[in-house]
Design a protein around this ligand. Structure first.
Ligand SMILES: NC(=O)c1ccc[n+]([C@@H]2O[C@H](COP(=O)([O-])OP(=O)(O)OC[C@H]3O[C@@H](n4cnc5c(N)ncnc54)[C@H](OP(=O)(O)O)[C@@H]3O)[C@@H](O)[C@H]2O)c1
Length: 254
């Protein structure tokens, strides 16, 4: 990870869950991490903790609602002005609503598409353009996908969310091919965890909290640091190694 010291990483969804673990790990490796989310107060608190822990890098909080393209573009403009640009983009922000295919609300589907698919694509495009204009040819774009991006499980609540994660699988391989077509050394990877213990299921099951509690008690899920370690693994691979996907789940997950 030595070559990333002092470089700039954007981590989306850095207010809670996997994004916090990834952001802190990259700060520990000496990176300048721009962490964004809507609840910027949580990232500010985390940034203060990183500073008091004397980690070699720095966490820069940024308030951004990723469902609004203008806010994403303003964020990239601010990163360009204050930190020159992005060298690593971790597209982590994502959410699920239990909106069924036969009766779910369109607003819930739109929100999942906006954050899980469109924001990820806009951030990817802007990160690539940022690298290209500075001749950064060793950058890395990492999409936090999920095992839901690889198989459709028999849980009706998950099916629209699953469709957005299948899109992430296609977008990551599409990005790899697009980068090859540009003869670029920038790498594209997705990390596909199974169940991870975070706040992810709470809004997903806002009308049935028992379902969320039940999911976490059935077996030992992954911890957020397991996913952060996978991010470090792909970033630290030698430049000629392109890891396309890391599929991982709790050992006891069926
Ligand atoms: N937990 C799991 O079991 C699991 C499994 C596989 C894959 N994943 C994936 O891992 C990623 C992170 O999930 P997590 O478990 O860490 O979930 P989480 O704890 O619910 O965190 C989600 C993050 O996304 C951010 N976010 C949501 N909507 C946003 C918006 N409109 N604008 C900006 N930020 C937004 C949230 O920030 P604010 O609310 O502050 O905006 C938060 O920081 C997601 O892509 C998820 O699909 C999770």
């Amino acid at each position: 990870m030595e070559r990333w010291r002092g470089r700039v990483a954007l981590v989306t969804g850095a207010s809670v869950g996997i994004g916090v673990a990834v952001a802190v790990e990259l700060v520990q490796f000496g990176m300048k991490v721009v962490g964004c989310a809507r609840d910027v107060g949580k990232i500010q608190k985390l940034a203060a903790e990183c500073q008091s822990a004397s980690h070699p890098g720095v966490l820069v909080p940024f308030k951004c609602d990723l469902s609004k393209e203008e806010e994403i573009l303003s964020m990239f403009a601010a990163i360009k002005e204050q930190h020159k640009g992005v060298d690593v983009c971790i597209n982590n922000a994502g959410l699920g609503h239990a909106e069924l295919l036969l009766s779910g609300k369109t607003s819930g589907w739109k929100n999942m598409m906006d954050v899980n698919v469109l924001a990820l694509s806009i951030c990817t495009r802007e990160a690539y353009q940022s690298m290209k204009e500075r001749n950064v040819d060793d950058g890395h774009i990492v999409n936090i996908n999920g095992m839901c991006g690889h198989r459709v499980i028999t849980n009706l609540d998950l099916h629209f969310y699953t469709a957005t994660k299948y899109a992430v699988t296609a977008l990551t391989e599409g990005l790899r091919q697009a980068l090859r077509a540009e003869n670029s050394q920038i790498r594209a990877t997705c990390i596909s965890p199974g169940l991870v213990e975070t706040e992810f299921l709470s809004p997903f099951y806002k009308n049935s909290p028992n379902k969320a509690a039940g999911a976490y008690s059935a077996y030992k899920p992954l911890e957020v640091t397991d996913v952060a370690n996978a991010v470090t693994y792909v970033l630290s691979a030698p430049p000629h190694v392109q890891i396309g996907d890391v599929q991982m789940q709790g050992t006891e997950q069926v």
